[in-house]
Design a binder for this molecule. Structure first.
Ligand SMILES: C[S@@+](CC[C@H](N)C(=O)[O-])C[C@H]1O[C@@H](n2cnc3c(N)ncnc32)[C@H](O)[C@@H]1O
Length: 239
C-alpha cells in the first residue's frame, strides 16, 4: 500500500481487509465507551432483549450484558465474532442487510461504533436500517460519525496537506486526488494499522431521514456538535 494507489473498485473487499486487520486491536483502540454512547444506552431502560447489529468484538454487548440485558451479537466478520465469543457472548454471523431474525423479536436493536457507514452503497445501508426496524419491537439506536465534526477534524487537515504538497498516497479524499475521479464515499489509509478504511459519513439529518423512511419516529440523543451522533428511532404503533 505504501506509495501505491489503492484499488477502490471493490469497497466491500477493502472494508473486509480493514476489519480483519482491526479485529485484534479493536478493543484496545476503543477502550472506553464515549459518553454519547452511554447516553444512547440509557435509552434502553425499558428494554430487556437487545440485538447488537455489526456488534464486532462485543465491546458494547459485554457492557450491556453486565448491566443485565439479554444481548445477541451479529456481525459479518468471523475475526470480530471470535473475540466476542471468547467473552462468553451469544454471537452469530449475519449480514445486517438480511437479518436472520423474526419480525419484532428484540425490544431494541443497536448498531453503534459508526458501523452502518462501513456498508458500501446507500441501498445496502438503507436495507440494513429497514432490517433493524423490522426485527425491533420498540427501538432502534444507530450512531454515526458527525459529518460536520469529521469535516473539521479529518478532511480539512487532509485537504491542507494536499494543498501544501505533503499529500501521502494512500490517503484518499472524496475525490481521488491521483485520478481526479469522484469517489462519493470515503476511503482513507489508517497509518497506525497500515490498512485502508472505507467509510461513509452520514449527516445526522440524512440518517434521521433514512430511519424515518424505515418507519421509525426519530429523535437525536446528543448535540450536533458532538464527535458522534446517536439517533434513537421508536417503532410507530400500529393504528
Ligand atoms: C467499527 S466495527 C464496530 C463494532 C461495534 N459495533 C463496536 O462499536 O465496537 C464495525 C463492524 O461492522 C461489521 N460489519 C460491516 N458490514 C457489515 C454487514 N453488512 N453486516 C454485518 N456486520 C457488518 C464489521 O465486521 C465490524 O465488526
Amino acid at each position: 500500500m505504501n506509495g501505491k494507489k489503492i484499488d477502490i473498485s471493490c469497497p466491500e473487499s477493502i472494508y473486509e481487509q480493514y476489519v480483519q486487520k482491526v479485529a485484534p486491536l479493536h478493543d484496545s483502540r476503543a477502550s472506553s465507551l464515549p459518553g454519547m454512547l452511554v447516553k444512547a444506552l440509557q435509552c434502553l431502560r425499558d428494554c430487556t432483549t437487545v440485538l447488537d447489529v455489526c456488534g464486532g468484538t462485543g465491546r458494547i454487548a459485554r457492557h450491556l450484558v453486565n448491566q443485565g440485558y439479554k444481548v445477541k451479537v451479529v456481525d459479518s466478520s468471523e475475526d470480530m465474532l471470535r473475540i466476542a465469543r471468547r467473552k462468553g457472548l451469544d454471537v452469530e454471523i449475519q449480514d445486517a442487510r438480511h437479518l436472520d431474525e423474526r419480525p419484532a423479536s428484540y425490544d431494541a436493536v443497536i448498531c453503534l461504533g459508526n458501523s452502518l457507514g462501513g456498508i458500501p452503497s446507500k441501498a445496502g445501508r438503507n436495507q440494513a436500517i429497514r432490517e433493524m426496524a423490522r426485527v425491533s419491537r420498540k427501538r432502534v439506536i444507530i450512531d454515526c460519525a458527525n459529518r460536520l465534526c469529521d469535516l473539521a477534524v479529518v478532511w480539512l487537515p487532509m485537504y491542507v496537506r494536499h494543498w501544501a504538497g505533503c499529500y501521502r498516497p494512500g490517503l484518499q479524499l472524496r475525490k481521488d486526488v491521483c485520478s481526479g475521479r469522484n469517489l462519493g464515499e470515503i476511503v482513507f489509509h489508517d497509518r497506525e494499522l497500515d490498512a485502508v478504511l472505507y467509510h461513509y459519513v452520514y449527516s445526522s439529518l440524512e440518517l434521521k431521514e433514512e430511519m424515518e423512511r424505515a418507519g421509525l419516529r426519530v429523535h437525536a440523543v446528543n448535540s450536533i456538535l458532538a464527535r458522534r451522533v446517536a439517533l434513537v428511532g421508536d417503532k410507530r404503533r400500529e393504528p
